[in-house]
Write a protein that binds this ligand. Structure first.
Ligand code: HEM
Length: 579
């Protein structure tokens, strides 16, 4: 903080320009708080007050010749950043969209940005002009935490992205590959139910805190698929791999979830980047050092196993098999995603994918796959606790679809039942509308200048699609402020994976960047929910008359501010829980 002030005064002396220092003062008020800073800020603002009208010269010049969408006037250097001081970004953007219309233009530091909540405009971005808006904006998080975009979820559009996305869809997330991990998902769901039972059995009315359990469930599924390891467990004996490995990886993930979505001032005002005023880049580097050490171990283990497998296969074929045939064979029998990645060819004829690319893919997939699934599970359970009749409807549906075993006990829900659980799907779809995984979908960026709704959109404009606002749009939905899964039952469009042609809600994004893990995400979420709702009745904690449903946008995701606690009562005979 003191660095920021010294820097501010230095610049003030050098430039002696009222508007410049005022803008910086506002910038500091945005990013820092405390009495010293606020008093300095107010002094500097007073200096600058008389010059306000001059501020807009630059913005007018920037707009010259272009018909930009409406939006508040930007300040020099900081642009519209000060509008977001001390408030929730997505809520402020909602207000601005209300004031300026469905296509809002902002300048965040040096970055042109458009924000929308309108299905018609989203259709332009994700459908009609998807070829223009399919890139991603640069960020220090991408540079530091995913090896400068060596993966693909955050990388810019181009041959590298295309190559990796194709690999990901064909080799990692193909239904036949995912089917191989069916047993792992089943085991983790079993463990989830057992953990809730253990807590609930301690004493009648005991509350279960769900967030940690749900995160453990999704993370273990992801690490088992990716690297055949399980790092998260209530019992240390159940963890595979060293305790240090697990600790390093957990720390990385914790920091990554937060830092991949932070508003880092250096990304918006490039000349401030070297100062790392908020300390985010330092945190990112620290987390990355640990993640690298951890990933090097994983890679070495897998690499050695791959070499062994290769030499065994070559020897057993008497040297008769070509390298390509050996690779195809290894790919076919690969245990996990890292095995697959080590057997795949790289770009432009390279024999293998680079180490950085493989590590970036692991980190990106972990980041996009885990919280995106655990967060909607927590929201759905919160809604179920508040709506016992919906809970009952799901339980009745499960009983009907699963039937009973030879002892007359209800059969445990399996993945093969999920497709028939129509009401549960409607509930999940409603969760994605009403409580989307993130307030904004992952940002897109324009690759060339274009026009949308009659306005000019410059090249390299960041596109923010406010999923929360879209889901609550009264022009798109009747009673948008109510959680009503029934709204989907009559539409013939109950499947959350089916993209709404009108794009009234886009939980998995759209166009070339549409989420490639949507069906896996839906499988994990609905399996976990079905198991928890089949096994238990969920009620409000004793003495509470409602759940606190306030949301908090944290990094890439949007969760409940107050982690969900609820009472779980086993609802089936004891034999059900001890199969
Ligand atoms: C319910 C769970 C999930 C939700 C709600 C969700 C949602 C999203 C959204 C909104 C995007 C941005 C799309 C866009 O930019 O237009 C996205 C991208 C992505 N998701 Fe998911 N996701 C989920 C689960 C998963 C899972 C399980 C995986 C993989 C294992 C995954 C992998 C990805 C990847 C790799 C991208 C980036 C695609 C690209 O840039 O080309 N997601 N997801």
């Amino acid at each position: 903080m003191s660095h920021a002030l010294v820097f501010l005064h230095l610049l003030h002396n050098i430039y002696n320009s009222w508007s410049f220092t005022s803008a910086l003062a506002l910038l500091c008020s945005f990013f820092f708080s405390g009495p010293f800073v606020s008093s300095s800020v107010s002094i500097l603002n007073n200096y600058a007050g008389a010059q306000n009208s001059g501020f807009h010269v630059l913005s007018r010049m920037a707009r010259k010749g272009l018909k930009l969408p409406p939006g508040p006037r930007p300040w020099p250097i900081v642009g519209n950043l000060p509008l977001f001081a001390g408030c929730s970004t997505h809520r402020r953007m909602m207000e601005l969209n209300k004031k300026y219309g469905p296509l809002l233009y902002l300048r965040l530091g040096s970055r042109p940005t458009v924000v929308t909540n309108s299905p018609a405009i989203v259709r332009e971005f994700l459908k009609h002009q998807d070829h223009v808006f399919c890139s991603r904006p640069p960020s220090s998080a991408r540079d530091i935490m995913v090896y400068g975009g060596a993966g693909f979820a955050l990388s810019e559009y181009g041959p590298h992205w295309r190559h990796l996305r194709k690999i990901c869809i064909q080799e990692l997330l193909a239904p036949s590959r995912l089917q191989r991990f069916h047993k792992d998902r089943h085991e983790e769901a079993q463990i989830l139910v057992a953990q809730v039972l253990e807590i609930a059995s301690k004493q009648a009315g005991q509350e279960v805190e769900l967030r940690e359990l749900l995160t453990t469930f999704t993370m273990n599924i992801a690490t088992r698929m990716m690297m055949s390891k399980k790092y998260f467990s209530a019992s240390a004996a159940d963890v595979q791999g060293s305790v240090q490995e697990a600790a390093a990886f957990k720390e990385y993930l914790h920091v990554a979830f937060k830092l991949l979505g932070v508003f880092n001032v250096g990304d918006y005002i490039p000349f401030l980047k070297p100062f790392d005023l908020q300390g985010y880049e330092r945190q990112m580097r620290k987390a990355m050092r640990k993640a690298r050490t951890f990933l090097d171990v994983i890679m070495r283990e897998h690499y050695e196993a791959a070499l062994k497998a290769r030499s065994c296969r070559t020897t057993s074929s008497g040297g008769g098999s070509s390298a390509a045939a050996v690779d195809a064979d290894i790919l076919q029998s690969a245990h996990d995603f890292v095995d697959v990645l080590l057997a795949l060819p790289g770009e432009n004829g390279a024999e293998r994918l680079s180490n950085d690319t493989i590590q970036a893919l692991i980190l990106e997939l972990m980041a996009v796959a885990t919280e995106t699934s655990s967060v909607p599970m927590e929201w759905t359970l919160a809604e179920m606790v508040r709506n016992p009749q919906m809970q009952k409807k799901i339980q009745e549906e499960i009983s009907k679809v699963c039937g009973k075993d030879e002892n007359g006990i209800e059969s445990v829900v399996q993945e093969s039942h999920l497709n028939e659980l129509t009401y549960l799907k409607a509930v999940f779809k409603e969760t994605l509308r009403f409580h989307p995984g993130g307030a904004f979908i992952v940002p897109h960026m324009s690759r060339e200048p274009t026009k949308v709704g009659g306005y000019d959109i410059p090249k390299n404009t960041t596109v923010l699609i406010n999923a929360l606002d879209m889901g609550r749009n009264p022009e798109s939905f009747d009673k948008p402020e109510e959680f009503l899964p029934e709204r989907w039952l009559d539409t013939g469009n109950v499947d959350p994976l089916r993209i709404d042609p009108e794009m009234r809600s886009v939980p998995f994004g759209g166009g070339r960047r549409v989420c490639p893990g949507a069906s896996l995400g839906q499988c994990i979420v609905t399996l976990g929910l079905a198991r928890l709702l089949q096994a238990f009745d969920w009620q409000l904690p004793a003495g509470k008359d409602d759940i606190d449903m306030e949301e908090e946008a944290f990094g890439l995701t949007m969760s409940l501010v107050t982690p969900l606690k609820a009472r779980a009562t086993p609802r089936l005979p004891p034999q059900f829980y001890n199969p």
